[in-house]
Design a protein around this ligand. Structure first.
Ligand code: PGA
Length: 263
């Protein structure tokens, strides 16, 4: 297993992001955030919660003055105007969001989002200082056809060709094998490491050291039981967590694992 120097990992602050997807209610959100905050403090890991957009204001208020940050699950490619149902990057930033997920496989699959659209969304986020979490991932068919690296390279290149930044802290990449999302199947740590190493190489081609500094998350059925093995890999800097982020103690246990392998 090829990887970048283990020492380089310690320059990247671990990040764990909870993607609540279309789950929650005013009452359950409040309980969940309180359950997370009642867990022992985790210093060595940045923790972000991405609730449905209707609950962003509530969650921002509930985590104010805590170590949690809030992100959105999606953003419009447009700046402003007649786009019914859309939420702009400027609106998210004004509200106080720090991050936004772009190109999640559920958006690509169920809303026909192309690589180009994902790239434009990432660029919109960067314009207003939001940090896009750029998701890339292959389907099972693509993996079984030996196309994994090709598909991921295309997805990442599409964004790198459009975004106007050489600053690694401005964005995050998340590797999300589509076949592992919500299925209980996880990429083995070695499989994920191989992909992360390749993505880091791609970033370094864009600009020397961009790959060394950029955080690359893994997503797909992360649980407390498999988190440590994944986060111990030299190129895995944290996780994008779906199902397990709906359980306060499971999510915080995953964050603790990420922290253990960080600086
Ligand atoms: P999961 O979702 O943890 O439920 O597999 C991951 C994701 O969609 O980011």
């Amino acid at each position: 297993m090829e990887g970048f120097l283990a020492s380089e990992k310690y320059m990247r602050r671990p990040l764990v992001v909870g993607n609540w997807k279309m789950n929650g209610s005013l009452t359950s959100n409040s309980h969940l955030l309180k359950a997370m905050q009642s867990c022992p403090a985790i210093e060595g890991c940045e923790i972000v919660i991405c609730p449905p957009s209707i609950f962003l204001t509530q969650c921002l208020a509930e985590v104010s003055n805590t170590r949690f940050a809030i992100g959105a699950q999606d953003v419009s490619e447009h700046k402003v105007g007649a786009f019914t149902g859309e939420v702009s990057a400027a609106m998210l930033a004004e509200l106080g969001c720090k991050y936004v997920i772009v190109g999640h496989s559920e958006r690509r699959q169920f809303h026909c989002e192309s690589n180009g659209l994902v790239a434009r969304k990432a660029a919109r986020a960067l314009d207003v200082g939001l940090i896009p979490i750029i998701c890339v991932g292959e389907t099972l068919t693509q993996r079984e056809s030996g196309l994994t690296f090709h598909v991921l390279a295309e997805q990442l290149d599409a964004v790198l060709n459009v975004i106007d930044t050489d600053v690694s802290s401005a964005f995050v990449v998340s590797y999300e094998p589509v076949w592992a999302i919500g299925t209980g199947k996880t990429a083995t740590p070695e499989m994920a490491q191989d992909v992360h190493s390749m993505l880091r190489e791609k970033l370094n081609i864009k600009r020397p050291n961009l790959g060394v500094d950029t955080r690359i998350l893994y997503g797909g059925s992360i649980k407390p039981e498999n988190a440590a093995a994944l986060f111990s890999m030299p190129d895995i800097d944290g996780g994008l967590v779906g199902g397990a982020s709906l359980d306060g103690s499971m999510f915080m246990s995953i964050a603790k694992s990420a922290s253990d392998f960080g600086s």
